[in-house]
Design a protein around this ligand. Structure first.
Ligand code: FAD
Ligand code: NAI
Length: 467
């Protein structure tokens, strides 16, 4: 009989593959089990990567149509080649998933294609095309991710009524696209198809978009997206989608509190009301692991209630983000190897990759008020930033929140071009428990958008340069 593994990881997404790489680097004998047939999970295959490939291409398409002439660039007749746009997206995905496979080999991780199930303590059964095999292991890591939350009364066929997966591969640009949910997926993929020519209508149950993000940021974002042409129905629920007509979908909506129903017509409906943890058929009952609505319960540092069974990523509590899953994967491998890996949950940034981008880290003003914490605020508009002016990208602002007594940075909230990259400066500052004065006194290159961060920090100190 062959030596047992030190770790078997079930699920090959950002949580699982980063856990495998780190465990391999630490000299552990590792296997990763993935049923999709490709590594990279939701993120690489049907999430972060394909969506960003389409966001990038569609942003350039819209710029060529609406902005190039103003910059003195004349193009010939602009034409959309959708098959090529989808192909370059698929090529980006292919290249990256193959890269992960290479990293498994490099770090001596065994990669098994199949569905994993916990058969008992220290046993993972893998169902492959060839049949079933059982792996013996000291530790098991659950990294099975999440799936689309369904909406009762709305059947997803991934052709006309789609989830994010279908919305990444539509064969033609819809004339009318209705989004159910004004969260991250709705705004990102809604932006893609709007830029390519669709009329986009967003139906959101709550009275605001992007719940959980800073209210001032969300309000500004909605104003900008509305100006770009998205139509919003807030405090409104979808009660059903009738797909019986071959050409037109009929979406029934009514006020969230109840009231008179109305019908919206659409070619395509995107259901994006959130994701839920995925642990189907995983055999959790065989080792007595409990779940709640946020998935597998992690007690302390990724440990579940079963000895030597760990959990990371979307299938447990915390934000459903690739970098959170990655960090948990790395720290979990370190814990298994007897080291002190940990994740700072106070410094997990969130970015919405629309144009302008939206980025946030730390506490929102609403959270600080609810906690009764006294804070100072500095805000700087891109309208007053020289690089934003030269780039004609003046929408948005940077807002920094700091403790009223100690000046420690508690959160930052930004909307504007490139803020998804810029937020990392604040993450690093917060990781070092910096004061806003530390940023205000740090030399930033001129002319750059990052000067808006410095100016916002100066605003916290009351030294703002703004007129
Ligand atoms: P997953 O990536 O879901 O991976 C889990 C893997 O486990 C899957 O491949 C699944 O096939 C496999 N699996 C499940 N059960 C079994 C089993 N029993 N046996 C074997 N294999 C199994 N996050 C960001 O941070 N930035 C973004 O820009 C971003 N964009 C997104 C865009 C979209 C459209 C979507 C849907 C999501 C996006 N996300 C983004 C979220 C991100 O994709 C997830 O947070 C991330 O993939 C979670 O990683 P994970 O490893 O926990 O799970
Ligand atoms: P979400 O949680 O971001 O937004 C869902 C929205 O739907 C919310 O505004 C919610 O109030 C609304 N809603 C819920 N039920 C509804 C109903 N019945 N009718 C109308 N509206 C309803 O979820 P989304 O957009 O589906 O994305 C899922 C997750 O994927 C995100 O939470 C995020 O974790 C991840 N993601 C991250 C991205 C990024 O980091 N850039 C990009 C895309 C996804």
């Amino acid at each position: 009989m062959s030596e047992p593994y030190d770790v078997v990881i079930i699920g090959g997404g950002p949580g699982g593959y980063n856990c495998a790489i780190r465990a391999g680097q630490l000299g552990l004998k590792v296997a990763i089990v993935e049923k999709r047939g490709r590594l990279g999970g939701t993120c690489l295959n049907v999430g972060c990567i394909p969506s960003k490939a389409l966001l990038h291409a569609s942003e350039l398409y819209e710029a060529a149509d609406k902005e190039f002439a103003g910059l003195g660039i004349r193009t010939g007749g602009l034409e959309l080649d959708l098959p090529q746009m989808l192909k370059q997206k698929d090529e980006a995905v292919d290249g990256l998933t193959k890269g992960i496979e290479f990293l498994m080999k490099k770090n001596k991780v065994d990669y098994l294609v199949g569905k994993g199930r916990i058969a008992g303590a220290g046993k993972v059964e893998v169902e492959t095309e060839e049949g079933k095999q059982t792996l013996d292991t000291k530790h098991i890591v659950i990294a099975t991710g999440s799936e689309v939350t369904p909406l009762p009364g709305v059947e997803i066929d991934e052709k006309r009524v789609v989830s994010s997966t279908g919305a990444l591969s539509l064969e033609k640009v819809p004339g009318k696209l209705v989004l159910i949910g004004a969260g991250v997926i709705g705004l990102e993929l809604g932006s893609v198809w709007r830029r390519l020519g669709a009329d986009v209508t967003v139906v959101e149950y709550l009275d605001r978009i992007l719940p959980g993000m800073d209210g001032e940021l969300a309000k500004n974002a909605q104003r900008i997206f509305a100006k770009q042409g998205m139509e919003f129905h807030l405090s409104t629920k979808v009660t059903g989608v009738d797909a019986s007509d071959a050409d037109t979908l009929k979406v029934t909506i009514e006020p969230a509190e109840g009231g008179e129903a109305r019908t919206l017509e659409a070619d395509t409906v995107l259901v994006c009301i959130g994701r839920r943890p995925y642990t189907e058929g995983l055999g959790l009952e065989n080792v007595g692991i409990e779940t709640d609505k946020r998935g597998v319960i992690a007690n302390d540092h990724f440990r579940t209630s079963a000895e030597n069974v760990w959990v990371i990523g979307d299938c447990t509590s915390g934000p459903m983000l690739a970098h959170k899953a990655e960090d948990e994967g790395t720290a979990c491998a370190e814990r298994i190897a007897g080291k002190a890996g940990h994740v700072n949950y106070g410094v997990i940034p969130g970015v919405v990759y629309t144009a302008p981008e939206i980025a946030a880290v730390g506490k929102t003003e609403e959270e600080l008020k609810a906690e009764g914490r006294k804070y100072k605020k500095g805000k700087f508009p891109f309208q007053a930033n020289s690089r934003a002016r030269t780039n004609h990208q003046t929408e948005g602002f940077v807002k920094i929140l700091a403790d009223a007594g100690t000046d420690e940075i508690l959160g930052a909230h930004m909307i504007g071009a490139n803020v998804g990259e810029m937020i990392a400066e604040i993450c690093l500052a917060m990781e070092f428990q910096a004061a806003s004065e530390d940023i205000a006194r740090t030399c930033h290159p001129h002319p750059t958008l990052t000067e808006a961060i410095r100016q916002a920090a100066m605003g916290v100190e009351g030294w703002t340069m703004q007129a």
